[in-house]
Design a protein around this ligand. Sequence first.
Ligand code: ATP
Ligand code: MG
Length: 326
Amino acid sequence: MVRVLSGIQPTGDMQLGNYLGAVRHWVADQHRADSFFCVVDLHALTSGPDPAELARATLRKATELLACGLDPDVCTLFVQSQVAAHAQLAWLMECTASFGELRRMTQFKDKSDGQEGVRVGVFTYPCLMAADILLYDTDRVPVGDDQRQHLELARDLAVRWNSRYGDTFTVPEPSIPTVGARVMDLQDPTSKMSKSRGTPQGRVDVFEDPAAIRRKITRAVTDTATEVRYDPADKPGVSNLLELLAATAGGTPAGLAARYEQYGPLKRDTAEAVIEFLRPLQDRFRALEADPGYVRTCLADGAAKAAAVADPVLERAERAIGLLQR
Ligand code: ATP
Ligand code: MG
C-alpha cells in the first residue's frame, strides 16, 4: 500500500489555503493510502513562539485536523515532538545537506531577508522536513505549491544518502493539487495566504465566523479594470476569487469567469460558497473543542503508532551511516 505523509505547523489558526492546498487531500488520502499526518511543533520553534501559546496551538491544530475529517481510526495523527526520531534523523540530514543548497531555499531567503537575529533553525528547517518524510518510507507527500522546493531537497538528500551509504530511504514524490495549490492573500494577491504572515484581513480562517468571512471576501483587493477574467499574472486578485469559487462550488476558474460581468456578484457568490463549504467543518470543530481529553488520547495513540514505524527506519539510517549499534 502507498505510504503518504504530510504536516502542518501549529502556529496560527488554519487558513483556507492550508485546507484547499493540503488538508482536504489528506482527508481523501487516508482512505486510499497508509497515511501519517503530523502537527509539526518543532518546525514552529523556528519563529520562537510563546511557550504556553505553542502548547495551546498544538492541541488546537490537532482539533482542527480532526474537524476537517481526519479519522484517527483510519490514519495516524500525531505531534512531531512526541516522536523523538524526527529530531534525531534531522541531525543526520543536516550532515548530508550542504550549506549552499540550504542557502538557495526561497523560504529561507524570504524569512531571513533584512531580519535581525534569525534562528539557525530557519536555515536548517528543510533538513528536519526531510527527516519527517524519510522516517516513514513515504511514497507521496501531499502539500501546497509553496513546499515544492523543500520536497525537491528531501528527494535530493534521499538519493545522495542512498548512493553514499546504500539503499536506506524511499525517495518521495510530491503531490500538489491543480486547483487551490496556492491560495493568495486577499489583501495582497501576489503573496500566498499564510497563517502567520500577512494581515488578518488577507486570510480566511477555516473556523472563523461566517460574517467575518463574508466581510473579508467582499473587501478583497481586485484591480481597477472591470472585466472578470481568469488571468493569474495580470489579474491576481480576481483570479484568486475565481479559484476559491471553483474549489468550493465546483467548476473551473476560467469556466466560472464567463458567468460574471462584475466583481460585486463574483465576490458575493464566492463568499457564500466558501461559507457553505466550511459549515460542516465548523460544526464538527465546536463539538471537538468541548472534548480536549479525546483529542489528547488520539494524539497519544498516534505517537505510539508513528514511533513503531519511525524507530526502525532511524535505526536503519544510524547503522548505514556507521553509528555504533547498542
Ligand atoms: P506559516 O505561515 O506558519 O508557514 P502556512 O499557512 O504556510 O503557515 P504551513 O503549516 O507552513 O502553513 O503549511 C501547511 C500546508 O499548507 C503545507 O502543505 C502548505 O503547502 C499548505 N499551504 C500553506 N499555505 C497555502 C496556500 N496559501 N495555498 C495552498 N496551500 C498552502
Ligand atoms: Mg508555511
